[in-house]
Write a protein that binds this ligand. Structure first.
Ligand code: ZN
Length: 500
């Protein structure tokens, strides 16, 4: 495609009421183009309608922006800069789009050559570069986004197969048994299960990866069948495949095109709220501005306690002085082993000590046995924190919505850049406060079906195991050793349950 010189013409009225028609402007523009870029084709974009600068509809202007985004334009000319765009913010946006299209200069008859980058340097004083980039991406992708119409991209997606709708258009059709797995994965994640653990559970149920791999022989050659086609085998389900099952916009009935999201033509498997919440848990790593003004990535759920043992942090306590036991590595015979003790560092008096591994194994064993009993399950304390968690999550989502509203207001010139920044700063502070609070709310372990814990235990990580224990165990009291006993004595250990 040969790129062309774009002449942007707009009828306008000058201060004296004199109308400058587009025909005259076209003559000036063609003359300029002929002198400056001899031989290059010229295309005219003319808005032949006098209208105010606020909210005016300018089809040719929009067409020019689309042509810029499409890489069709080599040079741009207008009789003067304000003819192209007189609104300051919009001009900055257009300057960014020109720059993105590789057009570094705007040629005019009255303002000379306007160097676009200089203008962008100006906007950088107001906004940071990332904002400019986002703005630019948002705008230039708009047309492509509409073109996408929410039709599916190629490729296989777990939960769907390719299909055709009533109108003959491409769509996706839900595969019910896969959709059921997706919904289950979402439930488990929201109940606090780790992706690794969910993957393990699904593998045990015979779920395999979406991709079917080619089989290779011992020499590394692809094995082929009688018709010469590669023989394929199931692939092992991976944790990242499980994550993408539930975070993929496709399952929420969304079509994403170059970072923009449009409603898709197919049906969703997960409700938008559920999908949002799952992504909050798994992928919503966002850049936020810290108190120090620096930006950093945050993931909403950062629950690593940094603890190394199951019963520390107040669960295991001294049966004599009631202080929390600490656990340290201690030389026992020829091995270093975890050892829980009533330690002066935590206010204890050294009253009791007990070898860690058998203590932990005992508590876990009793807990798993109890979880098998209907009467124990019936007496479990309810999760008192669900409501608070939901409130915080809703508030966080509200902050995101407000951010978008602010950006829209700013872009519509309903507020100044200073006001915008101040408002955003306020939102950032609220967000930090909410995220900190969310991290303090106990995780929703009791929403996990307790009957599944035994099967899931081997695949749980330490934090998850600690969470499980603190959900069901109120405290573990360790009494003094009876003189003369050797080895682990479970009679020294009392377990109190979190029952209502
Ligand atoms: Zn003690």
């Amino acid at each position: 495609m040969t790129r062309y010189v774009a002449l942007y013409l707009r009828i306008s009225e000058d201060k004296t009421g004199r109308v400058e028609g587009v025909k005259a402007q076209e003559r000036w523009g063609r003359a300029y183009a002929g002198r400056t870029w001899p031989g290059l084709p010229v295309k005219v974009f003319a808005d032949n309608d006098i209208s105010a600068s606020n909210g005016d509809r300018r089809p040719a202007y929009e067409a020019l922006r689309e042509a810029l985004a499409g890489g069709e334009v080599a040079h741009v000319w207008a009789v003067e800069q304000s003819r192209l765009e007189r609104r300051e913010v919009e001009w900055f946006r257009l300057a960014a789009e020109l720059d993105a299209a590789g057009i570094t200069e705007l040629h005019t008859n009255r303002d000379g050559i306007v160097r676009v980058r200089d203008e962008i340097a100006g906007i950088k004083a107001v906004l940071n570069a990332a904002e400019v980039r986002k703005l630019r991406e948002r705008v230039t992708d708009k047309m492509a986004e509409i073109a996408a119409e929410g039709r599916p991209a190629g490729g296989s997606v777990f939960g769907y197969r390719a299909g055709v709708d009533d109108g003959g258009g491409k769509t996706l059709v839900i595969v019910e048994e896969q959709a059921a797995i997706i919904r289950e994965v979402a439930d488990w994640l929201l109940a606090g299960w780790s992706p690794a653990r969910i993957t393990e559970t699904l593998r045990d149920c015979g779920v395999v990866g979406v991709v079917r791999r080619r089989v290779r022989d011992a020499a590394g050659e692809v094995v082929k069948d009688a018709e010469g086609r590669a023989v394929r085998r199931d692939s092992r389900l991976t944790t990242s495949a499980v994550k993408s099952m539930v975070t993929n916009p496709v399952v929420a009935g969304l079509r994403v095109h170059k970072g923009h999201t449009v409603p898709a033509v197919w049906s969703a498997i997960l409700d938008r709220d559920v999908w949002d919440a799952v992504r909050d848990r798994l992928t919503a790593v966002r850049t936020v501005e810290g108190r120090d003004g620096r930006t950093r990535e945050v993931s909403p759920i950062q629950r690593h306690t940094g603890r190394r043992y199951l019963l520390t942090g107040g669960t295991a306590r001294c049966g004599i002085c009631d202080m929390p036991l600490v656990c340290v590595e201690r030389q026992i015979r020829s091995h270093r082993k975890p050892y829980y003790q009533c330690h002066p560092n935590r206010g204890g008096k050294g009253c009791v000590g007990i070898v860690g591994d058998p203590l932990e194994a005992h508590v876990v064993g009793v807990l798993l046995d109890e979880l098998d009993k209907p009467e124990f399950l019936a007496a479990l304390a309810a999760d008192d924190h669900t409501q608070r968690r939901d409130e915080i999550t809703t508030a966080l989502r509200g902050i995101d919505a407000q951010r978008n509203d602010l950006a829209a207001m700013w872009s519509a010139q309903e507020m100044t850049a200073d006001e915008w920044r101040t408002a955003r700063h306020g939102l950032t502070q609220s967000e930090q406060r909410l995220r900190a609070e969310l991290a303090e709310v106990p995780p929703p372990m009791s929403r996990v079906d307790p009957r599944q814990i035994r099967a899931a235990w081997p695949a749980m990580n330490l934090d998850e195991r600690r969470e499980t224990i603190s959900t069901y165990v109120e405290r573990v009291t360790v009494k003094r050793a009876k003189p003369g006993t050797a080895g682990f004595d479970e009679g020294r250990v009392d377990i109190e349950w979190q029952t209502r």
